[in-house]
Ligand binder design. Structure first.
Ligand code: ADP
Ligand code: ZN
Length: 681
């Protein structure tokens, strides 16, 4: 049994659950033997019984007729309407079994057995063969119970079922690391326990970069646990639950782990999905068990990762059904959180990236009443995360963390950790002694766009189209005041894309209508360039169009930026309404929305065409350079079109960005072109 993996009992020799384990195992072992012996005995009895029942000779129809006609039969007993047992009379015995011992002229046991086919035919046969005989033998019906086979017929399947069930339970228990690998532990919690004598917690706040606000709040939790009197003295209540909310990879798990390292209290860690099992009631029982264990170890922390697996709003997905188990698990969790006193010293930390779908009951006071937002890191945070992850790396002198932080807007902590690792791998692949700046830049490119596909065959004709398309984006965005300035354009195919452009997003909190409009023009610049230069358009603009359509739709229906629709928003931040089935507006409004969306996009497209027609020369220069070199940077644009007149040159913009960089606006500003399927076969 490989059942020791996640069992917290292993790190805890004094766990109260522990002593039961061996006796339990032994008893089950004995029980199995008992079953086996019973089984063998029953089978044996069956054979033995059978042998007892049929010792007499089987005869066929001809012999039976013969016996009857020569009047050698004394009686025929029909057993259960299946077998006829034939007893001979004295004459018959003398002729066939001269040595047989007789009682009252017949033997005690029948002499022959005849297996009858059909009852009617058998009766007819006996009657016919004795036609004209004076004292014919009649058939007597006898019912005989074969209790052995009766019992076996239900015991054996039952036994098989039990054995089968035990095997399943056992393999399931051990497969999922469920306690001692037996069915008896399926309801036990699967939390992993870290405490001061376990060596697998070596994460502290030092390993968590950035996230200053989150750290301050979480530090308070640590403090509650270390000196509860400080707070209770004044009559304050210690919070029961803290919810960490943020996009994936931003370090929520890391933060929770570091609490364990800092607070020096036991730390139970598990994932929301650990509660979920195919058996009804298991989840709730695991919750109970978890809290019992935790209370025994108070003060301590329970960390539930991905709590949305159980904490999703109840009764929302009415169509799927089968959510009762999750609901009862959630109910149990709520009950437990209400159940323990505020000052019992158990604090529940939970992480999710979807706070919006959580059940409101979880978030109310007295449960997860504190929420800590863990956001994507800003430029300062990114620099610090680079520092943390570069600690163990051999770096060349030209690696500049600040520069790298600028190059990675919208990256999460996990992405940055990945960049560092990728860079090290790339340097190693090239046989370098140290990791240099270029490796890091390549790693960034690779993480955004996928691996370079150097040997993808692209005809010169196609390359030209791609180059003009990308140059169209670059030109329009350069010439529009509010579009994001370009950092780099490549037409090296990468991953699923044929070309890509990197922009430096101005990380802003609110976007004006004008800014959105300019961004849309720049996005449509690719297709517009194809139109202006070649007079025909291609499928290469799929992702551009998708992006623009979504943006225009959001402008009209969410942000209230359209004159016709007015200051209305059909956005639902509560997530309670399901708009996939019903729309919150009338058919007429729907028509207006469609009309306005296409009007906005059409206007933006015409604007892009007119900009590119006016700057046809610059566009061609840029595209040709792109065809030659495959990569162009902001400087090339500056040389061709001149400095951007509104003063935000790239440098200045970087400075501004660093100043007012704000977290949640950052997004990977990658623009990719979907492949043109037929030509890439
Ligand atoms: P989440 O739980 O939010 O999805 P994790 O905590 O699992 O994310 O983070 C994944 C990895 O990303 C961590 O193991 C760590 O290497 C890295 N990471 C994320 N955020 C940070 C950070 N703020 N500082 C250092 N490393 C980070
Ligand atoms: Zn494009």
């Amino acid at each position: 049994m490989s059942d020791n993996k996640n069992n917290m009992g292993d790190q805890q020799p004094n766990n109260p659950m522990q002593p039961n384990r061996n006796p339990k195992g032994k008893r089950r072992f004995n029980l199995m033997w008992l079953y086996a012996i019973l089984f063998i005995v029953l089978i044996g009895l069956q054979f033995f019984g059978k042998e007892n029942a049929v010792t007499q000779e089987d005869i066929d129809q001809g012999r039976l007729v013969e016996l009857l006609q020569s009047q050698e039969v004394s009686k025929i007993e029909l057993i259960n309407k299946e077998d006829a047992e034939i007893y001979l009379n004295e004459r018959g015995l003398q002729k066939n079994f001269p040595e047989a011992q007789t009682v009252n002229g017949t033997t005690v046991r029948p002499n022959y057995t005849y297996r009858i086919g059909s009852l009617d035919r058998f009766e007819e046969l006996v009657e016919k063969s004795q036609e004209g005989i004076e004292n014919p033998v009649y058939i007597s019906n006898v019912r005989r119970n074969n209790w052995m086979s009766d019992i076996l017929s239900w015991i054996v399947p039952l036994l098989l079922l039990i054995v089968f069930w035990m095997v399943i339970m056992r393999s399931m228990g051990s497969g999922l690391g469920g306690g001692a690998g037996s069915i008896f532990n399926i309801g036990k919690s699967r939390a992993q326990l870290y405490d001061k004598n376990s060596s697998n917690v070596n994460v502290t706040f030092k390993d968590v970069a950035g996230l200053e606000e989150a750290k301050v709040e979480i530090m308070e939790v640590v403090d509650f646990l270390k000196n509860p009197e400080k707070y209770t003295k004044l009559g304050g209540k210690i919070p029961k639950g803290v919810l960490l909310v943020g996009p994936p990879g931003t370090g929520k798990t890391l933060l929770a782990k570091s609490v364990a390292g800092e607070a020096n209290v036991p730390f139970f860690s598990l994932s929301g999905s650990d509660f979920v099992e195919m058996f009804v009631g298991v989840g709730a029982s695991r919750v109970r068990d978890l809290f019992n264990n935790a209370k025994a170890k108070a003060p301590c922390i329970i960390f539930i990762d991905e709590i949305d697996a159980i904490g999703r709003a109840r009764g929302k997905s009415a169509f799927t059904g089968g959510n009762d188990e999750r609901e009862s698990t959630l109910n149990q969790l709520l009950t437990e959180m209400d159940g323990f006193g505020t000052n019992s010293g158990v604090i529940v930390l939970a992480a999710t990236n979807r706070a919006d779908i959580l059940d409101k009951a979880l978030l109310r006071a007295g449960r997860f009443d504190r929420q800590i937002y863990v956001e994507l890191p800003d430029i300062v945070g990114r620099k610090e995360i680079f520092e943390v992850h570069m600690r163990g790396l051999k770096l060349a002198a030209d690696v500049d963390k600040e520069f790298l932080a600028k190059q990675t807007p919208g990256f999460s902590g996990a992405d940055i950790a990945n960049v560092c690792n990728e860079a090290a791998l790339m340097a190693a692949r090239k046989g370098k002694e140290e990791i240099d700046k270029q490796d890091f830049l390549d790693a960034v490119d690779r993480i955004i766009g996928g691996l370079e596909k150097k040997n993808k065959i692209i005809s010169l004709e196609e390359k030209k189209v791609i180059a003009f398309h990308e140059a169209g984006h670059a030109t329009t965005s350069w010439l529009l005041q509010y579009a994001h300035p370009l950092v780099k354009v490549t037409i090296v195919p990468r991953g699923n894309s044929l070309g890509a452009a990197w922009y430096l997003p101005e990380e802003r909190q609110i976007t004006t209508k004008e800014q959105m409009y300019h961004e849309m023009i720049a996005t449509l610049g690719g297709r517009a360039a194809e139109q202006v230069v070649f007079g025909q358009i291609s499928t290469g603009a799929l992702s551009d169009l998708e992006k623009v359509t979504k943006q225009a739709f959001a402008m009209v229906t969410y942000y209230g930026l359209d004159d016709e629709i007015g200051n209305l928003s059909y956005y639902d931040s509560t997530g309670q309404q399901d708009y996939s089935l019903t729309k919150p507006y009338s058919e007429k409004t729907a028509e207006t929305i469609d009309k306005q969306v296409s009007k906005i996009i059409e206007k933006a497209y015409q604007e892009a065409v007119s900009i590119l027609t006016d700057h046809r020369d610059g566009l061609s220069q840029l595209a040709n350079k792109l065809i030659e070199e495959e990569v162009i940077f902001g400087e090339d644009l500056e040389r061709i079109f001149g400095k951007r007149p509104w003063g935000n040159s790239e440098d200045e913009k970087l400075k501004n960005a660093a100043l007012k960089e704000t977290e949640n606006q950052a997004q990977k500003q990658l623009e990719t072109e979907t492949q043109n399927e037929p030509q890439n076969a």
